[in-house]
Design a protein. Structure first.
Length: 195
């Protein structure tokens, strides 16, 4: 409807296309989501370095990530991160989101030596810009703990899970699902250590 009223290349039309693609993504209608995300990226309504372009790149990359198409996702995530770095600079908390997406891609592929510095960078950014007592800091601690657990570095993983759990308890409470998830991850590490 928006496309008919405003035209295919209008910014609101592109937003609607991306929103519909997101619905398809959530419904598991991947081919339809991919088609819309690709169409939206092909519409030259915004400068190559516009923040909305980085979001569109991330959206398509996350679809590829979900499908295990890591080689297709990686260049999109790298491009989105480059755009964010140029637009936001190195001192913006939103940059940590893009850094974490690329780290998760590497982590899922077992490319731990590439994921670790990215997770550490996201954690450092969030601590510095959001403060030590922020839920996104707990998320970054959890991500790094998960990476260390996957590598068998259980002592480092335990220490980070403990910090993430402590933060989550303070910020969300003991009964929150996120707190319980971290508790379960910590218990898994303790079990692996024989404790």
């Amino acid at each position: 409807m928006r496309q008919q009223a405003l035209g295919k290349e209008h910014p609101h039309t592109v937003v609607s296309m991306c929103n519909l693609a997101g619905v398809y993504f959530e419904q598991g209608r991947d081919s339809e989501a991919e088609r819309l995300y690709q169409e939206a990226l092909a519409i030259p309504i915004l400068d190559e370095m516009h923040p909305v372009r980085s979001q569109r790149l991330n959206n398509l990359a996350m679809l590829y990530f979900k499908q295990g198409r890591y080689n297709d996702a990686e260049p999109l995530l790298k491009r989105a991160l480059l755009i964010r770095r140029r637009l936001l600079g190195e001192n913006h908390p939103d940059l940590a989101f893009d850094i974490t997406l690329l780290a998760k891609l590497y982590d899922n592929q077992g490319r731990y030596s590439e994921a670790e510095p990215l997770y550490a960078e996201a954690l450092s950014l969030r601590k510095r810009l959001l403060g030590e007592e922020h839920l996104l800091v707990a998320q970054s601690l959890n991500n790094l703990a998960w990476l260390y657990e996957n590598q068998g570095h259980y002592d480092a993983s335990e220490a980070l899970y403990m910090k993430a759990l402590s933060l989550s308890k303070r910020l969300l409470g003991r009964e929150h699902l996120w707190t319980k998830t971290i508790q379960g991850s910590l218990q898994t590490v303790l079990d692996k250590k024989g404790r």
